[in-house]
Ligand binder design. Structure first.
Ligand code: GDP
Length: 696
């Protein structure tokens, strides 16, 4: 199948930034300039811009689309959305899995903030090559050089400045390209589409010489001929420099740094050039690895259209126009429209009705997708986020994306029966889109409980349920999602016997429960000897056990990190049924739990607080009063960074508190750490609240 784009001209990238650094503005400008080039000469400028914006609104495609395809300098750039808020770190990791390179945006005013550090470290973990873009060069207080220092000192990166700003703050007018040694000025037209080469500002001579030397020295680390040429006083060609810096970027040894003001339409085209010049194509990253269906052998798929098809579904969304959209990244092989694909995670085959490339202002139907592509398809029935899609004859299971546990929950009470139905349907859809969102019906209260990664995450979900899915409902306050577990082993027995004339019921099971390590979940072992329970009833016992574990004996929370061994039981030739064994399994677990020593578990969060040194004492005392454990402190030039662990239940309202304690200057980031046993005094309060007793 002919490729429309050579593999080496594809860039699959993400844009990472902390909130407010200008990710939205920059992405918007990227899409505008790339769209414009594409249609140059077709429409006059004014209407082209209008078109673009109206279409975007009308068709409901926005730059928040999970992946957007655009073109720049013979390259296809797929921009994969990476959410910025820390509540969504799982989402960030999910997008990091499918992209090859990233642009990290920093604010020239604020420099490297704690949240940018969190995302940067995630990218380090996935070894994602990056370029840095220092935005807001026009803003009051903007300081390019300080931000570059911070990238070096705080992030431990090796920045190589490839463009220097001409003027700063309100005088910011353009950039000098340190590779080509040319100065570029953005014209006065509002949209920043005209760039003029101009004179090099004399005042920048020294800085320029200095940065040029640094750049050549960095480049020569990756190409010996550059150093020789430089020392020998010969010209080094811009192409040679770019190639060398590309090598350095791809191996994560350097981070090219650019600057601009996206809001003032200055600098974005140079950023696009840098994406093409320095960030990897799918050929520059290692081939994808996976396992056979049985999980006993490792498989590798080379980056080639000739290999069997393999892809990872990384996002499922509900699009108002085409319905369910599944975004996927093709790692190897190709896939045609109107063919079939195998979902090896679920063991199901799906039909491909349409294949789409999502552009900023239109969807493009394509006949086939090939290696390296990021595309979407519609109406897949079984595929959820993280599933592998592959050639049925050559199955492979790619490493699934690990999602952390939901730690916060909230009750939702629909107003009418119709709302209840709508709510149920909407929750199914939302859970398919977002694996960190879960829901269940509380057995005792009958309430619908939704759970997620943080306060903001649940707020957004509740808002979508109410507005997008038009469910009328009362939304409760967010609460910590507690768990329960056992601290010691115990035996339990369940006997379910009914004799009511005619066919009766008979199920009988004996089990043992034991604690498992934190985070191991649930394990069921069948150790029944001599057919005491017929094999066909064993799954029923397991299902009864699982159901009973949804409601622990301390305060009705799901029981986790537990091993249940089925030891013995008995059956009746006529009266035994799956139902009877399910009930027996459930009774046996309840019996065992009531005998075992149980404990309440709570989510403990990893917290990072950045505060000016003046308020450090106050911040530490406050963390202490929240049952926090400080694990480390670092002195950063303008502030102190405190790292520690705090139970989530003590973190409600922390944002407001921290602000008032530090006169608005402290910031923090938080992510799930682990589940741990609640201290007795706290546990008593939680149990009392659960039982409806007054809490002091
Ligand atoms: P995001 O949260 O990272 O997506 O940031 P946005 O793109 O929404 O920008 C946050 C705020 O910064 C908005 O008010 C923007 O108008 C503003 N902003 C973005 N880029 C620039 C810039 O280059 N200069 C200035 N002065 N403001 C900017």
């Amino acid at each position: 199948m002919p490729r429309t784009f050579p593999l080496d001209r594809i860039r699959n990238i993400g844009i990472m930034a902390h909130i407010d650094a200008g990710k939205t503005t920059t992405t918007e400008r990227i899409l505008f300039y790339t769209g414009k080039v594409h249609r140059m000469g077709e429409v006059d400028e004014g209407s082209a811009t209008m078109d673009w914006m109206v279409q975007e609104q009308e068709r409901g495609i926005t730059i928040t689309s999970a992946a957007t395809t655009c073109h720049w300098k013979d390259c296809r750039i797929n921009i994969i959305d990476t959410p910025g808020h820390v509540d969504f770190t799982a989402e960030v990791e999910r997008s990091l899995r499918v992209l090859d390179g990233a642009v990290a945006i920093f604010c020239a005013k604020g420099g490297v903030e704690p949240q940018s550090e969190t995302v940067w470290r995630q990218a380090d973990r996935y070894k994602i090559p990056r370029i840095a873009y220092v935005n807001k060069m026009d803003a009051m207080g903007a300081d390019f050089y300080r931000t570059v220092d911070m990238i070096e000192n705080k992030l431990g990166a090796n920045p190589v400045v490839v463009v220097l700003p001409i003027g700063t703050q309100e005088d910011f007018a353009g950039v000098v390209d340190v590779i080509s040694m040319k100065a570029f000025y953005w014209g006065e037209d509002e949209l920043g589409t005209t760039i003029e080469e101009g004179p090099m500002p004399e005042s920048m001579r020294d800085a320029l010489d200095d940065y040029r030397e640094r750049l050549i020295s960095s480049a020569s680390d990756f190409d010996d001929t550059i150093l020789e040429a430089y020392v020998g006083g010969q010209e080094v060609s811009p192409e040679a420099l770019r190639d060398a810096l590309r090598k350095g970027t791809l191996t994560n040894k350097i981070v090219p740094v650019l600057c601009g003001s996206s809001f003032r339409n200055k600098g974005v085209q140079k950023l696009l050039d840098a994406i093409v010049d320095f960030l990897p194509s799918p050929l520059d990253v290692p081939p994808v690895e996976g396992m056979t269906l049985s999980g006993d052998k490792k498989l590798v798929r080379e980056v080639s259209d000739q290999e069997p098809f393999s892809a990872l579904a990384f996002k499922v969304t509900t699009d108002p126009f085409v319905g369910r959209l599944t975004y996927f990244r093709v790692y190897s092989g190709s896939l045609r429209v109107r063919s079939y694909v195998h979902n090896s995670t679920k063991g199901k085959t799906e039909r491909i009705q349409r294949l789409l490339l999502m552009h900023a202002n239109h969807r493009e139907d394509v006949e086939a997708v090939v290696t390296g592509d990021i595309a979407a398809t519609v109406a897949l029935k079984f595929t959820a986020t993280g599933d592998t899609l592959c050639d049925e004859k050559h199955p492979i299971v790619l490493e699934n994306i690990q999602f952390p546990e939901p730690v916060i929950r909230m009750a939702i009470e629909p107003e009418t029966r119709a709302d209840q139905d709508r709510l149920s349907m909407s929750m199914v859809k939302l859970a398919e889109e977002d694996p960190t969102f879960t829901y269940r019906i509380d057995e005792e209260t009958g309430q619908t409980i939704i759970a997620g990664m943080g306060e903001l995450h649940l707020e957004i979900i509740a808002d979508r349920l109410l507005r997008e899915f038009a469910v009328k409902a009362q939304v409760g306050r967010p609460q910590v999602a507690y768990r329960e577990s056992v601290l010691g082993a115990a035996d339990g027995e369940g006997r379910y016997v009914r004799q009511t004339g005619g066919k009766g019921q008979y199920g009988h099971a004996k089990i043992k429960i034991e604690p498992l390590g934190r985070g191991s979940g649930f394990m069921f072992v069948d150790a029944v000897k001599g057919g005491a329970i017929p094999t066909e009833f064993i799954p029923a016992v397991e299902s009864g056990v699982k159901e009973a574990l949804q409601t622990g004996v301390i305060a009705g929370n799901p029981v986790v990190d537990i091993k249940v061994t089925l030891l013995d039981g008995s059956y009746h030739e006529v009266d035994s049924s799956e139902l009877a064994f399910k009930v027996a399994g459930s009774m046996a677990v309840k019996d065992a739990l009531s005998k075992a020593k149980c404990a309440l578990l709570e989510p403990v969060m990893k917290v990072e607080v950045a505060t000016p040194a003046d308020y450090l004492g106050d911040v530490l005392a406050d963390l202490g009063s929240r049952r926090g454990q400080v694990q480390g402190m670092e002195n950063r030039d303008t502030y102190q960074l405190v790292q520690g662990e705090v139970p989530l239940s003590a973190m409600f309202g922390y944002a407001t508190d921290l602000r008032s304690r530090t006169q608005g200057r402290g910031t923090y980031a938080m992510q799930f750490g682990r589940y741990d046993v609640v201290p007795p005094a706290e546990a008593d309060k939680i149990v009392a609240r659960y039982l409806g007793r007054p809490v002091d």
